[in-house]
Design a protein around this ligand. Structure first.
Ligand SMILES: Cc1cc2nc3c(=O)[nH]c(=O)nc-3n(C[C@H](O)[C@H](O)[C@H](O)COP(=O)(O)O)c2cc1C
Length: 227
């Protein structure tokens, strides 16, 4: 199984969210051997899409000469795309959004109705792809926080998606919080294992991994005491 990880955190390996992602990947590897390639998106040269739509009419070629060409090839050669990113302003960090915009060449200008919405007809075949979103955030609350990012991911990848959101994620980089982060990372590892073994994560396990690690007010008190 080839998994391409887009690490959208500008903190690269020091990312809070990557603690979650590494545990999930370890669980995937527990279930079956994995071929994982991690891209730190911040290190890539990715120009902004300038909206010319040329790529959607000409077989998928963008006029920008940057790292996105190789990334599109890597996408098509993968089985799983794992988007690992911190919640920024209720969405994904700008470098990762630039990458998502530049996947436009995979679609054509032609559109079709699918259920109650329209989507572009693909120029390349990517039905085989599965999509995982792993998103950490700084506030203790999941509600009134992750919804825009989750909605964007579901609309961008309507089929074969799995979404893991974990609040209070700066705690993953705090050694003094190990008493709560270690058991959480073990559950996340179990989720990675289930994802590969069953293609999905059991509802109870998903609820356990996406809930706050400590009560919201206690988390806020600890954060406020350190500022
Ligand atoms: C520009 C910016 C915007 C942020 N926006 C949000 C937000 O909308 N909601 C939230 O809960 N945390 C927000 N955060 C906090 C980060 O999501 C949090 O610090 C996260 O743990 C960082 O993860 P990382 O280490 O993987 O980059 C924001 C942080 C930054 C720097």
């Amino acid at each position: 199984m080839k998994t391409l990880v887009f690490n959208g955190s500008p903190k690269r390996d020091k990312s809070d969210t990557m603690h979650i992602t590494r545990a999930f990947l370890a669980g995937m590897a527990d279930a079956a051997p994995q071929d994982v390639h991690i891209i730190h998106v911040i290190d890539k040269h990715i120009e902004y899409c300038d909206g010319c739509f040329e790529c959607m009419r000409n077989g998928g070629c963008c006029h920008h000469r940057d790292d996105m060409r190789a990334i599109l090839d890597q996408i098509l050669a993968s089985d799983i795309l794992l988007f690992s990113y911190p919640l920024y302003a209720y969405g994904m960090p700008a470098p990762l959004k630039a990458l998502l915009d530049r996947t436009l060449p995979l679609g054509s200008m032609a559109m079709q109705q699918v259920g109650d919405r329209y989507e572009h007809i693909a120029q390349a075949s990517y039905d085989h792809l599965r999509y995982v979103m792993i998103c950490g955030c700084g506030f203790p609350n999941s509600k009134q926080n992750f919804e825009p990012a989750v909605a964007q991911f579901k609309l961008s990848f309507p089929s074969n998606h799995t979404i893991v959101t974990v609040p209070e994620s700066p705690m993953f980089n705090a050694p003094e919080a190990a008493v709560v982060t270690k058991p959480r990372l073990e559950l996340i590892r179990k989720a990675g294992q289930e994802y590969i073994s069953n293609g999905t994560i059991a509802k109870d396990l998903m609820t356990a991994i996406t809930s706050p690690m400590i009560p919201e007010d206690e988390y806020a008190r600890i954060v406020n005491a350190s500022v």
